[in-house]
Design a protein around this ligand. Structure first.
Ligand code: FMN
Length: 201
């Protein structure tokens, strides 16, 4: 397979996984995924990311309990009707059980000593996407979730985070029970304009 075909295949298979087997993820694979995550761009190459790798089952359960609680506190109501019922049920499964079942959860944190917290998003999400892409290339499933970061003080306490670190995403990683197949997206032509808005592509 050409390099381009390999990249296409990985990017098309990069999906939100919400179920995982308990097959462990070797430490060298986790390290490789993190190393590839840090190949991402960041403003002034400030590299404002810190990753907390959570493998301990009790700690994993504690961080995902926050997401489950947030689901009951309003996220479920906000999701009902906004997405197809099958997706709502899948998200609920992830939040209630699936994410905690992944053998690894990586908490992506923004380091305010490295970059202005108000400008942080654009320097954190590229690394987060790289992380998930690398996981996919390793044959693993992952999901970008933010629901578990909203009860931020409790998450900070579980992870013993200093005040300078703000958790922005919690990413479960593990082996999927079955392949999800390609993502479904609207055609590029529906989102693209030639030279100026309104001209078709
Ligand atoms: C900022 C952000 C937050 C997300 N939060 C959650 C989440 O809390 N729970 C969840 O199950 N999926 C979450 N997702 C995953 C999206 O639901 C998913 O990427 C989207 O539905 C596309 O689905 P696909 O990856 O299967 O193609 C999040 C995605 C983004 C970009």
């Amino acid at each position: 397979m050409s390099e381009l075909d390999a990249v296409r295949s990985v990017l098309r298979r990069q999906r939100a996984h919400r179920s995982f087997t308990d097959q462990p993820v070797p430490e060298d694979v986790i390290t490789d995924i993190l190393e590839l995550a840090t190949r991402a761009p960041s403003a002034q190459n400030c590299q404002p990311w810190d990753f907390v790798v959570v493998q301990d089952p009790d700690r994993r359960a504690a961080i995902w309990e926050l997401a489950s609680r947030l689901w009951d506190m309003g996220a479920k109501d906000a999701t009902d009707g906004a997405v197809p019922d099958t997706m709502r049920d899948d998200v609920e499964h992830g939040v209630r059980r699936g994410f905690a079942g992944a053998p690894v959860s990586i908490v992506v944190c923004a380091n305010a000593e490295r970059w202005d917290l108000n400008l942080m998003d654009s320097s954190i999400w590229p690394a987060t996407q790289n992380l998930m892409t690398a996981a996919t290339a390793h044959g693993l499933g992952s999901a970008l979730t933010t629901i578990g970061t909203i009860l931020v003080d409790e998450l900070r306490a579980i992870l013993k985070l200093p005040a300078t670190l703000t958790p922005l995403a919690v990413i479960p990683i593990g082996h999927p029970p079955k392949p999800l197949g390609s993502s479904r997206r609207e055609p590029v032509s529906e989102h693209t304009h030639r030279e100026e808005f309104g001209n078709g592509w």
